[in-house]
Structures are given as C-alpha cells and as structure tokens.
Design a protein around this ligand. Structure first.
Ligand code: HEC
Ligand code: HEC
Ligand code: HEC
Ligand code: HEC
Ligand code: HEC
Length: 499
C-alpha cells in the first residue's frame, strides 16, 4: 500500500517534474515568441518612423507616401472613380465622330453646347474641349488633348497638370540655381531652384517639358514631407497672390492679406509664411483652379490679379497690357479665352465670406472607427452631402440637393442667354463686314464683343455652374448680355448709315 502510494507519488512527482518542465519550457518558448513579436513590432514601428523620415523633398511617387498614410493615399487614387458632377455639359451625348475610337477620354463639352464652337472659332478650344474629371487624369488628358496634339503648346502648361516641384528644381539646378536638391523647398536656395526651373520649363516645348514628369499632382505638391503641413509650391501662384495683396481689392476671406496690408510692406506677401491653416485649405487649390495666361516670349505663367479677382478687374489687367488670346475668325474681334476661375468666383460668394474653404466641401473629413481624416478623393461635394454640407446646414439631403439644383438651373438659363447674345453679335459683325463695313466702323462693336465674350466665357469656364457665388454669376452673365446687345445696336446703326 505504502509502496504503491510512494510509487504513485513518485510517479506524480515525476509527472509534476515533467509538467513543470514542460510549462517552463513552453513559458520560455512563449516568452521568446513574445519577445520576438515585440521585437518585430518595435522594428515595424521603427521602420514606420523610418519611412516617415524617409519621405523627403525628392519623394515624388505617391505610393511611397501611401505606405505611411494609407487612408489619404486610398482616397487620392480613387479620384479616377469620381462621381459625375450634377451639372454636365455633355448631357446630350457627343456625336460618334467626337469620341476617339478606343481611347478613354472625357466627354466633349463642345458637343454638349454647340454655341461654343462659334464662340471659340479661330482658337484651339474649337477643336477639342472636354469635361473636367478626377485629378488622376490630369496629365493623361493634357497629353492627349487635340489642343496639344494639333497646336504647339509651351511647357508652361505643365504647371497645373503634374507633380513638377522636383522637376523644376532639377532644371533650376542645371541652369545655375544655388544649393542642392535636398534643401528644404521653402529655404532660400530651394525657392531659387524652383523659380529658375519654372522660368526655364515655361518656354520649353510641351513635348519636351512633359518628359520631365511622371505623376499628376501628388502629396509633395501640397504637403511638407517632414511635417505634413500644407504649403503652396507653384511660382505663378506665389507671384499672383503677392500682386493681389498689393492691389486694393477687398479680400476679407483672406485675413492674412488684409493683415499684411496693414504692415510696412517691406517684403512681398508670402502665403507659406503668413497664411493661416484655413486659408491654406483654399490656397493649395488656387494654384491651379484659376484664370491664367502666358506672358511674353518667356511664356511666363501669370495670374491676372494685379487689380483684383473680379471679372472686370482681370479684364482691366489684360487691357492694360494689351493682351489678346486670339482674333475671332468670323468677326475679327480680338478676344480673350477664360479658364476655370473657381478660386475667383468662390472669392465673391457667401461661403468664402463665412470662412468656408475649398477643402471643407471638396475634401471633407471622414471617419474609420476612431480615426478621423481628410477625404483625399477630391470630387463633387454632391457625392457626399452629409459630410460636405450637413455639417453646417441642418436640412435634409434632398432639400440641400434641390437648393443646388435651383441655383445651377437658374445660372444655366442666364448663361444660355448670354451665349446666345454673344453668338448673335458675332453673326451681326460678320454680316456687316461681309457687306463692306470697315475695321474702323466695326471697332466699337468688336470691343463690345470682347467684353461680352469674356464674361460669358468666364462663367462657362467656371466649373460650379454658379454655385460658388450665385449672385456674382448672374451679375456677370447680365453684363455679358448687355454688352452683346449694345454691340448689336452699334452694328445696326452702321447698317442705317450705309443704306
Ligand atoms: C460650400 C461648398 C463649396 C466650396 C467652399 C467650394 N465648392 Fe467647389 N463646388 C461646390 C458645389 C456644390 C459644386 C457643384 C457640384 C456639381 O455640380 O456636382 C462645386 C463644383 C466645383 C468644381 C467642379 C466639380 C466637378 O465635379 O466637376 C470644381 C473644380 C470646384 N468646385 C472647385 C472648387 C475650388 C477650387 C474651391 C475653392 C476656391 C471650391 N470649389 C469651393 C461646393 C463648394
Ligand atoms: C496642380 C494643379 C491642381 C491643384 C493643386 C488642384 N487641382 Fe483640382 N484639378 C486640376 C486639373 C488639371 C483637373 C482636371 C483633370 C482632368 O480633367 O483631367 C482638376 C479637377 C478637379 C475637380 C473635378 C473632379 C471631377 O471628378 O470632375 C475638382 C472637384 C477639383 N479639381 C477640386 C480641387 C480642389 C478642391 C483642390 C484643392 C484641395 C484642387 N482641385 C487642387 C488641377 C489641380
Ligand atoms: C493655372 C493652371 C493651369 C494651366 C497653366 C493649364 N491648365 Fe489645363 N486645366 C486646369 C484645371 C484646373 C483644369 C480642370 C478644370 C476645367 O477643365 O475647366 C484643367 C483642364 C484641362 C483639360 C481637360 C478639360 C479640357 O479643357 O478639355 C485639358 C485638356 C487641359 N487642361 C489642357 C491644358 C493645356 C494644353 C494647357 C496649356 C495651354 C493647360 N491645360 C494649362 C489648370 C491649368
Ligand atoms: C491638392 C492638395 C493635396 C494633395 C495632392 C494631397 N493632400 Fe493631403 N491634405 C490636403 C488638405 C487640404 C488636407 C487638410 C489639411 C488641414 O486641414 O490642415 C490634407 C491633409 C492630409 C493629412 C493630415 C491628416 C488628415 O487626413 O487630415 C495627411 C496625412 C495627408 N494629407 C496625406 C496626403 C498624402 C499621403 C497624399 C498623397 C497620396 C496627399 N495628402 C495629397 C491636400 C492635399
Ligand atoms: C463650414 C460651414 C458650411 C459648409 C460646410 C457649407 N455651408 Fe453653405 N453656408 C454656410 C454659411 C455660413 C452660409 C451663409 C448663410 C448663413 O450665414 O447662414 C451658407 C450659405 C449657403 C447657401 C445660401 C447662399 C448662397 O450661396 O446662395 C446655400 C445654397 C448653401 N450654403 C449650400 C451649401 C451646400 C450645398 C454645401 C455643401 C456642398 C454647403 N453649403 C456647405 C456654411 C456652410
């Protein structure tokens, strides 16, 4: 009995011994596994930190940034899946000959609004003019447009269609700018490289210039790679906004400019040093979504903000430097072509006045669990009214949509009238010229066409169909109608004289 007990306990002892052994062993293995795991995590953490450190002034590829910021990257690449804007020019399908076989291109704006072919006759926009689409298409669409394929264009076009900060700096360094590529962009040397490259690339041919770039606008163009704070990187914007600051146009929506104006003005207004975060959330967009022209033989990309941002102020600048985009083929008038003045029109509206930025509506916050981040799928806010509008407006989604519809349909009706009036004036001048009216006799009517066409075109080229500033939109269209009909009266007077 005792023997068997002893044997049992010995066995139990042995079992215990084994058990302890196994537990210890397993414990060690577990501990080692845990240690390994921690080490791995630490390594991961370190490498994430390392990768953040890795983002430098030369990291152009957005996929690299995406390793650190996957949510922002995910939105960024999804700009190729954007929802369509509510207001579409090409509502009527373009005729088949407008659609290039096998090529994935945006819909034609000319097909949706045939008046535009008359209005732009004599200029490349009468050949090919399409709907805008998501940021991921910007470089492809520029390379593929018939405006580039059929007409020689300058490198200055690249400013708004590519990630070009590094390309500009490299060209700048090759052309004698000081410092190195690793200098912070906002350092004195960095800025000198950027400006030198800008000046050199502007006057290159588009076909040569476009070889220098690979990506559409990327992270580096809007963010500092170390701190991720927003920055503006386009020389034309830095010059344009400094000129605007020097003007007397009231800009209550850009408080840092109003502040600068009160100072000694010894140095130029510099948004990277002075603008607040909310201003930057619009200024990053205002580098591209603006009216522009190429100045002189240098083809220097220039924003016409010297007198202010309103239609007549930009026009006064162009008149003062004697600028004309093209001579109209049918009427002989020396006219302007307007481009996407989103920043300018937004500046005239109640949202800008209330401190609502482009990013508030077009890049609203989104949530994923506890994470709150900025939606980088830049697109129409109507794709997410809840996040873009209902944060401030306490109405149902359908009510908000119908308010936007109402603004846009009123705007479109008035714009149609303005374009019809411009086309009528073109035809009237053309007929008078054919009947023998002299250039001298037609001078005033042609000047009125320039004024009318500039206004109608500017509101047409603006991409919100009036939403960004409804009252201003109607004012400008109203002026266009008035100038065009005044022009017809001038032509009619000639007719009377001739009889
Ligand atoms: C209060 C909100 C709001 C603000 C602020 C705002 N927008 Fe818009 N934007 C809209 C709406 C609404 C539309 C019309 C969208 C539609 O038709 O689907 C629009 C249209 C556009 C479009 C055409 C959209 C498309 O999908 O084709 C562009 C480009 C644009 N805005 C750029 C800007 C820029 C640049 C700024 C700042 C300077 C700005 N917006 C400020 C609400 C806003
Ligand atoms: C580097 C120039 C550049 C910058 C900076 C830029 N955009 Fe754009 N944006 C473009 C171009 C070019 C297109 C048209 C691309 C195309 O049609 O291929 C575009 C298209 C758009 C569209 C139309 C999208 C669609 O689906 O139709 C919206 C909305 C827009 N931008 C808003 C913004 C906002 C808001 C900002 C600032 C956060 C901004 N953009 C910054 C150049 C720029
Ligand atoms: C100041 C910035 C800026 C410059 C410079 C610029 N673009 Fe754009 N471009 C834009 C923006 C913003 C859009 C999107 C809004 C729109 O389509 O109205 C756009 C749209 C386009 C589109 C698509 C829609 C269309 O018009 O068919 C093409 C193509 C294009 N640009 C070609 C060019 C060419 C060619 C040049 C040089 C002559 C040029 N861009 C210079 C900002 C610019
Ligand atoms: C056209 C300009 C633009 C581009 C291009 C852009 N961003 Fe942003 N980004 C913004 C704006 C505007 C904000 C909001 C910043 C603020 O409010 O201070 C932002 C915010 C951020 C933030 C801060 C966190 C957050 O979500 O609010 C991160 C991180 C970020 N972006 C990463 C990226 C990455 C990665 C890319 C490239 C894949 C990129 N961004 C491209 C304009 C841009
Ligand atoms: C950050 C706040 C904010 C956001 C976001 C915002 N709004 Fe507004 N909105 C305002 C303010 C402020 C006014 C001025 C009226 C007032 O003071 O109540 C206004 C006015 C308006 C008006 C009337 C004025 C006009 O221009 O005709 C409309 C319509 C409007 N908003 C629609 C929208 C839509 C659509 C969106 C989303 C795309 C939007 N808002 C996003 C703050 C905002």
């Amino acid at each position: 009995m005792l023997k068997s007990l002893l044997r049992q306990s010995r066995r139990a002892g042995a079992a215990l011994y084994w058990l302890v052994g196994i537990v210890c062993c397993a414990g060690t293995v577990l501990a080692m596994m845990l240690y390994n795991n921690i080490a791995e995590r630490k390594h991961e953490a370190a490498s994430t930190t390392l990768r953040i450190v890795d983002l430098t002034e030369t990291t152009v590829d957005p996929a690299e940034w995406g390793k650190n910021f996957p949510r922002q990257y995910d939105g960024y690449i999804r700009t190729s899946d954007n929802a369509k804007a509510r207001f579409k020019w090409s509502e009527g399908r373009p005729p088949e000959d407008e659609i290039h076989a096998g090529m994935n291109k945006a819909d034609s704006k000319l097909a949706g609004d045939p008046r535009l072919k008359t209005i732009f006759n004599g200029y490349a926009f009468a050949i090919d003019y399409r709907e805008r689409r998501g940021h991921s298409f910007m470089l492809f669409d520029q390379r593929e447009t018939e405006r580039v394929k059929q007409k020689p264009q300058p490198g200055a076009c690249l400013n708004c269609h590519a990630s070009n900060v590094v390309a500009y700096r490299e060209v700048g360094l090759k052309n004698g700018a000081p410092g190195e590529l690793s200098d912070p962009l906002l350092s004195e040397a960095g800025q000198k490289q950027l400006f030198k490259g800008f000046e050199t690339v502007n006057k290159m041919s588009y076909n040569d210039a476009t070889q220098l770039v690979k990506h559409p606008v990327t992270c580096l163009d809007c963010h500092d790679p170390k701190s991720m704070v927003l920055r503006v990187t386009r020389p034309a914007f830095l010059e344009g906004i400094a000129n605007l600051a020097k003007s007397s146009d009231a800009v209550p929506h850009l408080p840092s400019i109003e502040q600068w104006r009160k100072g000694d003005r010894k140095s130029e207004y510099n948004p990277n040093a002075l603008a607040g975060r909310q201003e930057m959330r619009s200024m990053t967009c205002a580098q591209c979504h603006v009216e522009y022209y190429f100045k002189g033989d240098e083809k220097r990309l220039t924003f016409p903000w010297h007198n202010g941002l309103k239609a007549e102020q930009e026009e006064a600048y162009y008149d003062s430097v004697g600028w004309t985009d093209f001579t109209h083929k049918d009427s002989g008038a020396k006219v302007l072509k307007a481009q996407h003045p989103e920043f300018e029109l937004w500046s005239q509206g109640v949202h800008a006045r209330s401190g609502v930025s482009c990013a508030d509506c077009h890049m609203p916050y989104m949530r994923e669990g506890a994470m709150k981040f900025t939606d980088h799928q830049v697109q129409t806010p109507m794709a997410h009214v809840n996040r873009s509008c209902q944060t401030c407006h306490n109405y149902t989604e359908s009510e908000i949509q119908s308010r936007v519809d109402q603004i846009q349909s009123r705007s479109k009706a008035q714009l149609d009238r303005a374009e019809i009036a411009v086309v009528d004036l073109i035809r009237a001048i053309q007929a008078a010229a054919a009947a023998g009216a002299s250039d001298e006799e037609l001078k005033h009517a042609r000047e009125l066409q320039r004024k009318a066409q500039w206004r109608a075109d500017l509101m047409n080229a603006e991409n919100s169909m009036g939403f960004h500033a409804p009252a201003e939109f109607l004012r400008i269209c109203g002026e266009a109608i008035d100038y065009a009909r005044q022009g017809e009266v001038e032509v009619a007077k000639l007719g009377k004289k001739k009889q």
